[in-house]
Each structure stands twice: as C-alpha cells, then as structure tokens.
Design a protein around this ligand. Structure first.
Ligand code: SAJ
Length: 419
C-alpha cells in the first residue's frame, strides 16, 4: 500500500525537552503540528503559547507557532500523516530500559491509524525497541502491516534519535546531522524527507538497530572519556598533583584530548544510555560498565573528601555548597551529582549549617528541603558565611566570583574553577 506522499500534519507525542522543541520547529517550517502530552498543565501552557521549562529561544518559537495556528496541544492523540514519539525511556532498578511510555504512546496512536502513516521513534531506545514499537502497533491493529509488499495498508516506521545538547537545543536541532534508521529503506527515506524540512545538517540513512546503537554509543563514548578524567582526578589527588594542570599539559599532545573531571555525571542521558548497551551485551560491554561505575562512584568520593575536611573544623563552621545543576549554566537538577552530594553531606553532619548557592533556581529540590540544616543562599553570602566552600558546578557566576572572598577558606573545587 502506498505511503502518505506529502506529510502536512504531524503529531508529536511527548512535549518534554525534545518533543516540544521538535514540534515548534516543525510548526515554524510550515507543518500543521499537534503536540500530545499526558500532563494537562503542559498542554494548557503550550496552548497559551508558553513553555513549561527553561530552554533558550524555545519560548519565541512556541509563542509564534501557536499564535499563527500551526501548533496546538492536546491530551488526546489525533490522526496525522506522521507521528514523532519523544517520550522518556528511563531505566528500571535492574538497569534495563523501561519501554512503558513508548507502549503507552503506541496505544494512543493505534486507533487513529488508517495505513500509509510515517511513525518515528525519537526516544533514546535500547537495540530492538523500534521494531518492538512497530510490532506492538500491528498487534493492536492486525488489519495493518509493516511489510510494503503485503495487501494490507502499510505503516512506515523509523528511528531517528535526538542528539541535541540541553541549553543549545534550538540551534542544534537545525544544525546537527541526523541519523535515520528505517525498518525498511522506504520508511527511512520518508523520515529523511520530513526532517529535511528543518534540518540543515546531513541526514544519514541506516537500519533501525544501527540508529538505536549510534545514539547509545555517542553518549557512552562521552561517559567513558569522562570516567577517564574522573579516575585521573582521584589518582592525582592521591599523588598530590593538580589534575587540571595534568590534563591541560597532556592535551598539548596532538592526538590527546582528555575531558574534564567533575563531581560525577548527571543528566538523564549520559548516566542512563550506556546501561542499555550493558543490558544488551553484558559479557562484552566491560569497559562501558566500568566507566559507568567509576562515574557513579565519584559523588561518594567527593562526599568522603569533604567529610574528612570537616573533621578538622569546629562544629560551628558553616559550609557553602556552590551549584546544584547537573552542569554549568542550566537550571536542570535532574539526576544531578551535586544534589546527591549536598544531600549526603547534610545528612552526614546534621548539626552543621549548609549554605547552598544555586543562582539558577529559586527553591531547593525536595531532596534538600527535608534537611533542616540546609538553606538556599545568595552565592556571595554563602561563601562569606562559610569556612568551607565546596564547588560542584562551574556556572559563569561561580567563575566570576571575587577570589578575595575565598581567602582563608578551605575550598574543595570539583570543577577546577579556582586555579
Ligand atoms: N561532564 C563532565 N566532564 C566533561 C563533560 C561533561 O563531568 O568534560 C558532565 C557534566 O557536568 C554533566 C554530564 O557530564 O553532569 C553530562 O553533560 P554533557 O554536557 O556531556 O551532556 P548532556 O547530558 O547535557 O547531553 C548529552 C549530549 N551527548 C553528547 O555530547 C555525546 C547531547 O548531544 C545528547 O543529545 C544528550 O546527551 C542526550 O539527550 O542524549
């Protein structure tokens, strides 16, 4: 059966950090877009032209697309020429992928299908998930087929992983190359055609499993390299040398480019995706698993280091914890090692006062609110009041902090901000 030839309407399922920017960019490029989300507050916000989270330039795109009538949102999945699924794929306590949101999206889409539609899975997925998604649709709609030679109406299914960096999403959505893996070459071609509406990078075609693995491998590559830097920081600490100086010097070699150590790896991608590879090939993925363990252990190492430093100080000495976000210059605290370290320190020393400075948030996350000895304080105030300063995030505000304020203080700098 033939495909929908020219896609004019797109339903984007999941209006989070990826789905909403993608919906907005498709809508501003002439497509009729409906964003679907289970959260009615998100849907209402988008219909008012508002964005429920911080991402530079996204607000302008959403407001413009909504006011021109190209973008709207709903809690119900409509019929559309093409569907883009951008829902979370968290991992289970056993560290295998939880595909329940993908299946839920499929249950919303299936009753709408007529045959000929293009269905793209953008969620970061373990190998085989795109095929499972497609086969689940057919289970729900046995009157349709994935086989183009079949007599039944066909569904065209592809995987196109997102690769944008939070904080630069609106730029990278347009400029990054894309990988499109089709269940069939025709599905890949159709998806390429859709992304070419806004993507100025190259669009590379492959099969579904290679596309799934490409995304996981990119994030695992970064994780392994950060683990190397984190391991060097612990080795250097033991040897009494400055790891930042060590890396800076080693990086003068023309074929060496070591990343930066930190308090651990946060966010919902790099700390999660490598586990999908480990789950798929447990015996073979030795290095990837070890890197994950090294990075996961780093917050504990920082916590122990600060605890040791505190032993030498009077009980009245206050501690400044600088930064909570999972990386610099964003307000995202999800899976942040800084939050984990701050909460751990506060419970290790319940009688000490912790002054948390995070210029990008106006209230502490739940994990920290439950501690009575913790308060959110202005950056300079926090440093001035404290005998110990623990730097966990290299926000610009931290880099620009007046160094004189740190004189006479014990500084634990996990990001190499204070040289
Ligand atoms: N980090 C270090 N040292 C470094 C670099 C990063 O400790 O040298 C830490 C950061 O502080 C942070 C974590 O790693 O806690 C992850 O930050 P990141 O900037 O490396 O990556 P994310 O999670 O913001 O975005 C990544 C990107 N992937 C790659 O660069 C390969 C992005 O392109 C992906 O789209 C995104 O994951 C995703 O959604 O998968």
């Amino acid at each position: 059966m033939t495909a929908v030839t020219a896609v004019t309407s797109v339903a984007v399922i999941g209006l989070g950090y990826i789905g909403l920017p993608t919906a907005a960019v498709l809508a501003t490029n002439g497509l009729q877009v409906i964003g679907v989300d289970v959260n009615a507050e998100t849907v209402d916000a988008v219909n008012r032209g508002e964005v429920p989270f911080v991402e530079p330039d996204l607000g302008v795109h959403v407001a413009g697309a909504v006011s021109q009538g190209h973008l709207s949102a709903s809690t119900e999945t409509p019929w559309a020429d093409a569907y883009i699924v951008a829902v979370p794929t968290p991992f289970t306590p056993e560290r295998s992928a939880d595909l329940s949101y993908i299946y839920a999206a499929a249950r919303g889409i299936a009753p709408q299908l007529r045959g000929g539609e293009l269905l793209i899975l953008e969620s970061t997925s373990p190998p085989g998930a795109t095929r499972q998604f497609a086969e689940y649709l057919i289970e729900l709609r046995p009157d349709l087929s994935l086989n183009e030679d079949d007599d039944k109406p066909t569904l065209f299914v592809a995987h196109c992983p997102e690769r944008v960096l939070p904080g630069r999403v609106m730029i990278e959505l347009v400029t990054n190359d894309r990988i499109v893996g089709g269940l069939t070459p025709k599905a890949a071609e159709m998806a390429k055609h859709l992304y070419a509406r806004f993507c100025q990078g190259e669009i590379h075609l492959t099969d579904d499993v290679t596309a799934e693995m490409a995304k996981l491998v990119e994030n695992s590559f970064r994780d392994v390299n950060i683990a190397f830097a984190n391991e060097l920081s612990m080795i250097s600490d033991k040897m009494g040398i400055d790891v930042w100086e060590l890396i800076r010097l080693a990086n003068h070699h023309p074929r060496v480019n070591i990343l930066q150590p930190g308090p651990g790896v946060g966010g919902h991608c790099i700390a999660v995706d490598p586990w999908f590879i480990v789950d798929a090939a447990p015996a073979e993925a030795q290095l990837i698993r070890t890197a994950r363990n090294v990075n996961d252990a780093k917050p504990h190492w920082v916590r122990d280091k600060v605890a040791k430093a505190l032993e030498a100080l009077p009980a009245a000495a206050e501690i400044a914890v600088v930064g909570l976000a999972f990386k610099a210059n964003i307000d995202d605290l999800r899976e942040s090692p800084a939050v984990e370290i701050a909460a751990g320190l506060a419970s290790d020393s319940p009688f000490r006062r912790f002054n948390i400075a995070e210029p990008h948030v106006s209230e502490l996350p739940g994990k920290l609110r439950e501690h009575e000895n913790v308060g959110l304080v202005d950056l300079e105030d926090a440093v001035q009041r404290s005998g110990v300063v623990v730097i966990l995030v290299d926000h610009d505000e931290v880099k620009e902090l007046d160094r004189a304020l740190l004189e006479g203080k014990l500084v634990v700098d996990t990001r190499g901000v204070i040289k």
